[in-house]
Design a protein around this ligand. Sequence first.
Ligand code: PGA
Length: 243
Amino acid sequence: MTRRKLIAGNWKMHGRRADLAWAANLTGLLGAAPRSDILVCPPATLLPLMSERLPDFVATGGQDCAAELEGAHTGDISPLMLADMGARYVITGHSERRHGHGESDAVVRAKTMAALNAGLTPVVCVGETLDQRRSGEAETVVLRQMLASVPEAAAGRVIIAYEPVWAIGTGMHASPEDAEAMHRAIRNAWRDGDGEQVRILYGGSVKPSNAADFLSRQEIDGALVGGASLDAESFASIIRAAG
Ligand code: PGA
C-alpha cells in the first residue's frame, strides 16, 4: 500500500498580514508541485488571504474548529466557516488544545465529527507526555486517545498526527524508530481494520536537519511542523526531504 506523504505546517498563534509574503516565497522555492501533499494551517484570521495567495497544490487548513456547525457559540469557529474560507483540512486535538484548553477525547471526537460533516479532512493529534513515556505507558495512552478521538468508520477520511507532547516546541524529538513503532501500533489498533490506509504524520521538533530521518521511514507518512514551518525556506526544505 502506498500512502501519499503530507507535509503540514502549523503556524499556531503566529502571523499577521505582513507575514503573507511567505506564500509567494514558498511557491517560488518549490517551483512546480512536489510529489507530496502540502498543507499550511495559519491562524484563522489569515486563512482566506493565505488561501487566495497559494497555488492549488498547497492546501490550507484550520488549527481547531467548533464541535457544532452553527449556533450560539461566541468566539468559536465552525468547520463550515473554515471550508468557506478555502480550508480543506483542520487540525483537531492538538496537545495545546488538550492541555491548554482542557479538551477531552470526547470533545476532540465531536470536533472531528463536525469537521467531517463540513467536508474537511481532520488531522487528529495524539501523543503522550514525558511522564507517561518514562513510566512505559506511551503506547497505551496514545492508542486510548486515538480510539476515543476518532469517529468510527473514519478510515480514509482522517489523518492522524503522532506528536509526543514532550517533543513539541522543545527541540527534543522522538527517535525515528520510536515514532515508527508508535505508528505501527496505531495501524494495528485501528478499529475497522483499515489501519494500512491511514496516513500517520509525525510531529514534534521536525526541522530541515532531521526531516529526512523521519520521512524516509516506511511507517511515517509525513510531518506536522510547527516552528520550522514559519520560515518558507525551512518548510520548503522539509518538503524536499519528503522526496
Ligand atoms: P514544533 O510543533 O514543530 O514547533 O515542535 C509541532 C506541532 O505542535 O504541531
